[in-house]
Design a protein around this ligand. Structure first.
Ligand code: IFM
Length: 458
């Protein structure tokens, strides 16, 4: 192994009790898309659309985790993590989105939760990581309120069925589920709409609020409930007033559209101005914001990179955004910062600024878990780029903690190489390499580095 010794772990100690974890999601690792009565999800359908996913790939067979999960739990035990964040596949529990729960789907997660607890690994369960039952999409998907109501029923069912889960996360990255899926068409369901995407964003938040209320009513002692957002600071590309305004518009779309209602109980005041002609918010109902802003026990933050934003003439949308609507912004790639193996900018400062920015904007911010952070490449075993990325982002998190932000844990994305959505299997984020032809798992240099880092912080 090469660079592990030279690239030592973070020198700053993390607070006692800091949670070290890894994260995955159901559709990205499970495979077995027809097993035990699982119904189709929007990703099964979207993957079949020619050109939607690189090389025509899909989440079948992914890492075949549905059958190989005991081996994956052993990999986690070997890593020495405190916690594992995974998601439940809604179509395994309700193959048609609602009705009668399928015991077989729930049993799979019961076995997993039991095995984790037996090894002292705390389960963090995400209820929705993008695999909406296709049957619900055919009734309008997240554009319609009924999906939020079905989500709350599903959440209450899983919550009732799974004992031994202290941490519950309602949604993963509602920005991606709404804007990337319903406005940019890059993710399932592949829609390119303006108003539909805004309705989806709102109904995701309503679904979260309804689910929180249902779970609170039956919570077991010590259970904690939160939500996970992907956050990217929007940095003006230049000191000009125009670029500063463009960055604020981008910040609204990516961050404040979600954080303000969840943490502040109100939508941002500049929302109608930013969304212009698609600003028909008739899907909002009295009482929604009270529901959405019910107190959280923690906030999950996923951070990968900041967005550098410049003003763009309306009518000439940024082709990189591919959005069905126009907010007068162009993203730019500044000179300087290195990029990951996937070409994503590497700016650890963005994680620090996200965390301190949240604490500054929202008095009473609940404790934060960094529920995802990671590095994508083509799958090298000697993945020094990933090690450097993780080390520098952990240092940025430590600095934010030193500045007073209550960060309680860090989850590396991801335990395994997996199905990276529209990029298919070519983009790999794992600490463990997966040979998809044989399903052989091989720990990378970063796996050993992360294990040593965690051990060094004990
Ligand atoms: O793989 C995804 C994950 O599903 C959600 N957050 C970002 C990761 C890397 O793109």
């Amino acid at each position: 192994m090469t660079a592990v010794d030279e690239r030592s772990g973070p020198t700053r100690p993390f607070p006692p009790g800091f949670v070290w974890g890894v994260a995955t999601s159901s559709y990205q690792i499970e495979g077995a898309v027809d097993a035990d009565g699982r119904g189709p999800s929007i990703w099964d359908a979207f993957s079949r659309v020619p050109g939607a996913v690189a090389a025509g790939e899909s989440g079948d067979p992914a890492c075949d985790h549905y059958r190989r999960w005991p081996q994956d739990v052993e990999l986690m035990a070997g890593l020495g993590v405190d916690a594992y964040r995974f998601s439940v596949a809604w179509p395994r529990v309700f193959p048609d989105g609602g009705g009668r729960a399928d015991r077989r789907g729930l049993d799979f997660y019961r076995r997993l939760v039991d095995a984790l607890n037996e090894r002292g690994i705390t389960p963090f369960v995400t209820l929705y990581h993008w695999d909406l039952p296709q049957a619900l999409e055919e009734r309008g998907g997240w554009r319609v309120r009924e999906t939020a109501e079905r989500f709350a029923e599903y959440a209450a069912t899983v919550h009732g069925a799974l004992d031994g889960v202290p941490y519950w996360i309602t949604l993963n990255e509602p920005y991606c589920s709404s804007i990337t899926g319903y406005a940019e068409g890059r993710h399932a369901p592949g829609a390119r709409e303006g108003h539909g995407a805004l309705a989806a964003a709102h109904h995701l938040l309503v679904g979260h609020g309804l689910a929180v209320a249902r779970m609170r009513a039956t919570a077991r002692p010590g259970e904690r409930i939160g939500v996970t957002l992907n956050m990217s600071p929007a940095v003006p590309a230049s000191p000009s007033a125009e670029d500063a305004a463009a960055a604020r518009r981008m910040d609204l779309m990516v961050n404040r559209q979600f954080t303000d209602p969840l943490l502040g109980g109100a939508y941002p005041g500049d929302m109608a101005e930013v969304y212009g002609e698609i600003s028909d918010f008739s899907f909002r109902r009295d009482g929604d914001l009270a529901l959405v802003s019910a107190p959280l026990d923690f906030l999950g933050v996923n951070y990968y990179y900041p967005i550098h934003a410049a003003a763009a003439p309306y009518g000439q949308p940024d082709p990189a955004l591919r959005s069905a609507f126009d907010i007068g912004v162009r993203t730019v790639a500044p000179d300087g910062p290195p990029v990951s193996g996937l070409g994503w900018r590497i700016e650890p400062r963005g994680l620090h600024d996200t965390l301190t920015g949240l604490a500054g904007r929202y008095p009473g911010l609940p404790p934060v878990f960094i529920t995802e952070n990671g590095y994508g490449d083509a799958g090298e075993l000697d993945d020094t780029g990933r090690i450097a990325y993780l080390r520098d982002h952990l240092a940025a998190a430590a600095e934010a903690i030193g500045a007073g932000v209550d960060v309680r844990g860090y989850f590396c994305w991801s335990l395994l190489d997996n199905f990276e959505w529209a990029r298919g299997y070519a983009a790999r984020f794992g600490l463990v390499h997966v040979d998809y032809a044989t399903q052989a798992r091989t720990p990378k240099a970063s796996y050993h580095w992360y294990r040593e880092t965690i051990a060094g912080q004990r």
